[in-house]
Design a protein around this ligand. Structure first.
Ligand code: GTX
Length: 322
């Protein structure tokens, strides 16, 4: 199996289910490989040059830049005393940012358990006991453990009786939020994630160059998803669902900040989307918004992963961004 196969979606990684706690996370990838110009046939379909941020950084290579990656509190795992609601998050991840902002904005008391993905803390035995899938976010409420960001957001909205506009009781308004959440998970999510990883995280953090053709394809696909976001979901409304902010807006903005963190100018040339971003930021509160996005906005400064961590992570990352 080559990196090309995986990025092109032609190979099953064999990571078909959760590994047992502590088990290696997948087949090791050769460390010395440098990706050739991959993704040529996908690139043929790309509308090159029209992407939100351009292919830029041709043939990006590993670069250790800037300060060390954001330092999280030491991983305390299951030894940390549970005070009530616990959220296992890494604000590098877009679903984690949505959960974090939602809980903070609504005054929901929680213990933050930072799981530093770039240090592989999600691959630890301790975390596998919390989530055998080795992913964040995770909510722990006593003995109740919940994964999947959308389920977590809905649980918080229901349990803490947050203002109605977040997840309206009105069946049709509620259905519009559901519609957006269902769409984004396979559309905008995938494109924003791929943009970040192809543009920054693969070359800088994992030392795997991505070809300009592959990057152009990814950015063209992102561009198409942004058109749907603006044309179908936002239209001329203040927020995605209507006059007030909802979970749909929060999930959408945290997705878009992924490519922004990679240096993509997703709002450039999209005045409606740019104005919507300002409204969402104001509704969330600028201080909270900045705080939640500090980590992703410094993603380019990620230190290269050490080789043994890279070996564990690469197959999982490639599976994730397919
Ligand atoms: N569908 C789930 C949700 O919405 O909650 C997806 C959860 C998910 O994929 N979480 C990612 C994860 O924990 C976080 S974002 C990816 C960042 C990977 C960084 C690696 C340095 N992924 C961990 C993994 O796949 O190993």
């Amino acid at each position: 199996m080559s990196l090309d196969d995986v990025l092109l979606g032609g190979t099953n990684l064999g990571v078909s289910g959760p590994p047992p706690p502590g088990a290696p996370s997948g087949a090791p990838a050769p460390q010395s490989r440098r990706a050739p110009a991959i993704g040529a046939e996908r690139a043929a379909r790309a509308r090159t040059g029209s992407g939100a941020c351009g292919a830029g950084r041709r043939g990006s290579s590993v670069a250790a830049r800037g300060s060390p990656s954001p330092v999280s509190p030491a991983w305390q795992g299951l030894n940390a005393p549970a005070m009530g609601l616990e959220l296992y998050l890494d604000l590098l991840s877009q679903p984690c940012r949505a959960v974090y902002i939602f809980a903070k904005k609504n005054g929901i008391p929680f213990e933050l358990r930072t799981v530093d993905l770039r240090r592989g803390q999600h691959l630890s035995d301790a975390f596998a006991q919390v989530n055998p899938l080795q992913k964040v976010p995770v909510l722990k409420d006593g003995d109740f453990i919940l994964t999947e960001s959308v389920a977590i957001l809905l649980y918080l909205a229901r349990k803490y009786k947050v203002p109605d506009h977040w997840y309206p009781r009105d069946p049709q308004a509620c259905a519009r939020v559901d519609e957006y959440l269902a769409w984004q998970h396979t559309a905008l999510r995938r494109n924003c994630l791929r943009a970040l990883w192809h543009k920054v995280m693969l070359p800088v953090f994992l030392g795997e160059p991505v070809s300009p053709e592959m990057l152009a394809t990814t950015l063209a696909e992102l561009d198409m998803a942004l058109q749907v976001l603006e044309g179908k979901f936002l239209q001329d409304k203040a927020f995605l669902i209507g006059p007030h902010i909802s979970l749909a807006d929060l999930v959408a903005i945290t997705e878009l900040m992924h490519p922004v963190g990679a240096g993509c100018q997703v709002f450039k040339g999209r005045p409606k989307l740019a104005a919507w971003r300002q409204r969402v930021e104001a509704a969330v509160g600028e201080v909270l918004f900045q705080e939640a996005h500090e980590v992703i906005l410094k993603a380019k400064d990620s230190q290269p992963a050490d080789p043994s961590l890279k070996q564990k992570m690469l197959p999982k990352v490639l599976a994730m961004i397919q």
